[in-house]
Ligand binder design. Sequence first.
Ligand code: PLP
Length: 402
Amino acid sequence: MEKSLESKFTALKAQGLSIDLTRGKPGSEQLDLSNLLLSMEVSPQSSNGTDVRNYGEPLGILEARELGASLLSAPIDSTLVGEQSSLLLIYQLILANYLFGLKNPWKDQENLKFICPVPGFDRHFRLLEDFGIEMLTVPLTGSGIDMKAVHALLQEHENIKGIICVPRHSNPTGDTYTDENISALLEAGKAYSEEFLFIFDHAYLLHDFLPSLCQTPTWELIKQSEVEDQAAVFCSFSKVTFGGGGLAFAAAGKPVFDLLIRQRASMIVCSDKPNQLRHVQFLKDHAGVIKHMSKHAEIVRPKFELAFAALDALSPDIGDYQRPTGGYFISYNAKRPIATRVIELCKEVGVLITPAGSTFPHFLDPLDSNIRLAPTFLGIDELKIAMDVFVTALEIAHQETA
Ligand SMILES: Cc1ncc(COP(=O)(O)O)c(C=O)c1O
C-alpha cells in the first residue's frame, strides 16, 4: 500500500468509528417534518361517514384512495390503500399469481422466469427467490432499461411471467426511465404474452432532490399501450412520512386488481383507517404531498452533493457513478473487481456499507464492481467521514489489484 494511503487508513481506523451507510432510510430531520402525525387527532368518521375505528372499507377510505389515485394518476376504482408497505402489496400480488393466477396458477407451471433490471433492489430479488422464480437480468442504460437486452430475452425464453422495475430514481442507479423506454417495454411485454405482468414499483415517484426528468404518469402510458389488464403500479409514504408508519398504494387493471383483492381478503379484514385519515388530513392532496416532498429535498440534497464531491475527486480510472437527481442511493461501479474488498476495508475502519453483490440476484455481482451508497440517514458530519473512508478504501483496493 502507498505510504500516504497507509497512514491515512491507520489514522481513520484509530478514530474507532461506528457509522452505518447500509440502508436507505430517511434521516431524523426528515422524520421531524411529519411529527404532527404523532399528535394529530382524527375524527372517528371519514368523509362519507365510515367509522374509521371499525372493520370495513378493505380497499381504504375514500379520501385516501382519492389521494393514492391522484399520485398514481389512476382511476379511484382501480386504486387501493394497503398497510404501510408497498413491498407487502407487491408480495401479495406475486403470491396471488402463484396460487391462483390471472389464467393459470404459476405454481402449476415449471421454469417460472422474471425480468429484473440490474443493479436493482435486493428485496425484489429475495421476493422472487421465495417463489423459485428465475431472474433474468437486463442492464440499465442511465435512462431506462436496455430494450435490446429485453427483446433478446423475450426471444430466447419461454414462460417469462413479467418484469419488476423501479421507473423513477431507480434503486440504486437513479435511472429515471423515459416515456419512450416505458412504452417500448409495455409493447414488448404485450407482444410476448397477454399474461406478461408489468410491476412498476414507484417507491421514488415523489423523491426528486434536483431538477429531474418529467415523466408521463406510468398509468397513462399503460393506458396508451392498452395493457391495463396486465399492469400494476405501487407507491408508498414510507419515505414521505414515517418508515414503516405510512400508507401504501396500488393501482391495477381489473383482473390484476381483483386478483390482489382476492389474495388480501384471505390475509386481512381491513387496514389501519385512522392512519389513512390522519395522513390525508396531514398531507391533504397531491399538491400538499409535493410541497412536503420539497422540504425533504432541501434536507437530502446537500448530503448527495457532499457525496458527489467526494466521488468526483477520485480518479476516473478507479470507477464511475451515475449522478441521481432523486431517490435514496448512489450506485458506484469500480473498474476492477474490488467491491467486496472495498466494503471489507470500510468495515475494518467501522463504516458499514451494503454487502457486495446485494444489488444483483442471489448476491452475485458478476464483476464484483457495484457498490450501493445510501447517504440520507447520516448527519452531514458523519457522512463526510464515511465518504472519506469510502474513497480511501477504493483507492487502496484499486492499488492492491494493480
Ligand atoms: C425500490 C423499493 N421498493 C420498495 C421499497 C420499500 O417500500 P415500502 O416501505 O413501501 O415497502 C424500497 C425501500 O427501500 C425500495 O427501495
